[in-house]
Design a protein around this ligand. Structure first.
Ligand SMILES: Nc1ncnc2c1ncn2[C@@H]1O[C@H](COP(=O)(O)OP(=O)(O)OP(=O)(O)O)[C@@H](O)[C@H]1O
Length: 241
């Protein structure tokens, strides 16, 4: 469903992503894992054209993303940003409704969808829909960010450190809840994390990166049982976190 071929990105001579290729199958959860600065976010943001590659190809359902209109492309791809990226002056409900509004859904349908999603993500529509992001905890804000990305039911979801800013207990709780949300089970997801536990809890396959390159791509079991080198074993033991 997502095909990445020989993707390369340099910023003013600094190589951020170095000739990487991978595929993400429909319904898979591919985790881009690696140390800070290894090129995970740059890779993710090239998938929805927030960053343009220096060279290489990306196809989504066979279509080259360069031939798609950026706005149209992004409406079909939900995006959960680091640190939520919620609009501070929009209420929770208004934040969740951004894409459905762009899609000109009727008001009742938007309200119904917002209510359903908030409930699925463990939020209370009655109590929280009219609050502003700063009135919520970090974990609740993350849940709103995920609801917003899911609102128009895009088949693909890109998530950049969705649990990054949370304390370990909240992180584990949201991660567990996340696994149980039925809509997320159907999505093709590419998620960035530096956290080995996130990767093992959520990945269909892990793409472990270092210095812009892919070191190993495989199932969590493959990485654990057949690490290709010492870096992989040490990374999985948490020595780089
Ligand atoms: N806009 C930019 N201009 C210049 N250099 C950049 C830019 N964006 C990223 N880089 C560099 O590219 C490299 C990869 O960055 P990237 O953000 O993709 O890494 P990352 O693995 O997501 O790291 P983190 O987990 O810290 O977010 C880094 O060396 C970074 O400094």
């Amino acid at each position: 469903m997502i095909e990445v071929e020989h993707l390369h990105k340099s910023f003013n001579g600094t190589i951020a992503v170095r000739d990487i290729s991978f595929e993400v199958n429909k319904g898979e959860n591919l985790i881009l894992l690696g140390t800070s600065g290894c090129g995970k976010t740059t890779t993710l943001r090239m998938l929805n054209r927030l960053i343009l590659p220096t060279s290489g190809n990306i196809r989504i359902n066979g279509q080259d993303v360069r031939s798609a209109q950026p706005e149209k492309l992004r409406r079909g791809i939900g995006y959960v940003m680091q640190q939520t990226g919620l609009f501070p002056h929009y209420t929770v409900a208004e934040n969740i409704a951004i894409v459905p509004k762009l899609e000109k859904w009727p008001k009742e349908k938007i309200a119904e969808r917002t209510r359903t999603l908030m409930q699925k993500l463990g939020l209370s529509y009655e109590e929280q829909a009219h609050m502003f992001p700063h009135e919520l905890s970090g974990g609740q804000q993350q849940r709103v960010g995920i609801a917003r990305a899911l609102a128009a039911d895009p088949p693909i979801l890109l998530m950049d450190e969705p649990f990054g800013a949370l304390d370990p207990i909240t992180r584990q709780k949201i991660r567990n809840d996340f696994k149980e949300v039925d809509e997320l089970k159907r999505k093709t997801i590419v998620m960035v994390t530096h956290d080995v536990q996130d990767a093992f809890a959520l990945a269909s396959r892990i793409c472990l990166m270092d210095k812009g390159s892919i070191v190993q791509l495989g199932t969590p079991e493959e990485l654990r049982e057949q690490p290709v080198n010492d870096f992989v074993s040490r990374f999985l033991k948490g020595e780089y976190n």
